[in-house]
Design a protein around this ligand. Structure first.
Ligand code: GLN
Length: 306
């Protein structure tokens, strides 16, 4: 029997109220520290096109690392398995911006969702496209059917001005020969990509190809073949929430990708995508309320992959 999504979202909205305001904003990007911490939105996009949403689900927010999923899908669709010679597929067990592993793994990042791995993906896109940042933006506009999706210039500038760790990682990888373009150009593209804003409703729609074996349900466009789509979901499950991926799988049980803007996109294979946003982060940089909301979603709908 199909769950009553509207009623379940109402229940979740009520249940998260006591938690709203908890966690920390991503203040290391100064512009993100200005976002009101009490915002909460959630949207379910079913593969038949039905949308259910609650709270601030129509408000656009900074996607940050959620864009790593789309950048990877774009790179994977163009370069195929060649990307795996430059980035691994194992959970890192370290924070998303950690430098330590890069040293003993000789400049090959553990996976494409930690910052170092995402920088390699951005480097691949920088080689492939005249303007890699625009290529990712246009890809996401196409997937969401929203030509108005854009960069947030203030957030991009704010991250660029404070991108010391990411620049260090990029230089380090260049030292190992695993970054082919100019470091500043890669960091520019990366910061602009991270600044893209979307609402929960738009994000859930944009990710829907992941719930349907790589094919966009509403347009029929094949973004990825079945097998790479399966692999992307596997990476989301094992690496999409950084060193909390084990706990996230235990609590939520869905492939998902988070970002320090407080957004999380989760996939219910064959059924729906769920996007949630609440900017207060837990110690691992995942939305505290968003993770709880998804945990309740899979409990109440009995829809997880386990
Ligand atoms: N732009 C952010 C950074 O590089 C993205 C990190 C994240 O969302 N986890 O620090």
């Amino acid at each position: 029997m199909r769950p009553d999504y509207a009623a379940i979202l109402e229940t979740i909205h009520a249940e998260v109220q006591p938690l709203i305001g908890q966690g920390e904003l991503a203040g290391y990007i100064p512009e993100l520290a200005k976002v009101p911490i009490e915002r909460f939105g959630m949207a379910v996009y079913r593969l038949d096109g039905t949308v259910h949403s609650i709270g601030d689900a129509a408000a656009r927010f900074s996607l940050q690392s959620v864009t790593k999923l789309f950048a990877l899908a774009l790179a994977f669709s163009r370069e195929g398995d060649a990307i795996w010679s430059r980035v691994g597929r194992e959970p890192s067990g370290n924070p998303f911006n950690s430098l330590v592993q890069l040293e003993y793994e000789r400049g090959i990042p553990r996976n494409p969702f930690i910052n170092a791995g995402a920088l390699v993906i951005t480097d691949i896109l920088t080689s492939r496209f005249v303007q890699a940042d625009l290529a990712v933006l246009q890809f996401m506009q196409m997937l969401s059917n929203e030509p108005g999706i854009d960069f947030d210039q203030a957030v991009a500038r704010s991250e660029r001005a404070t991108a010391h760790r990411n620049s260090a990682m990029a230089h380090f990888m260049k030292g190992f020969g695993n970054l082919h373009n100019d470091v500043d150009r890669v960091i520019d593209n990366y910061c602009r990509q991270c600044s893209i804003t979307m609402s929960c409703v738009e994000l859930a729609r944009a990710g829907s190809f992941l719930a349907q074996h790589g094919t966009v349900p509403w347009s029929g466009v094949k973004v990825l073949e079945r097998s790479p789509a399966k692999r992307l979901n596997a990476l989301m499950l094992t690496c999409g929430t950084y060193d909390a991926a084990g706990d996230f799988a235990y609590r939520v049980g869905l492939p998902a990708k988070s970002g320090v803007g407080g957004g999380i996109l989760a996939v219910v294979p064959g059924e729906a995508t769920v996007a949630v946003w609440s900017p207060g982060l837990d110690a691992n940089g995942n939305s505290l309320v968003g993770t709880y909301a998804l945990e309740r979603f899979t409990d109440l709908t009995a829809q997880s992959i386990f």
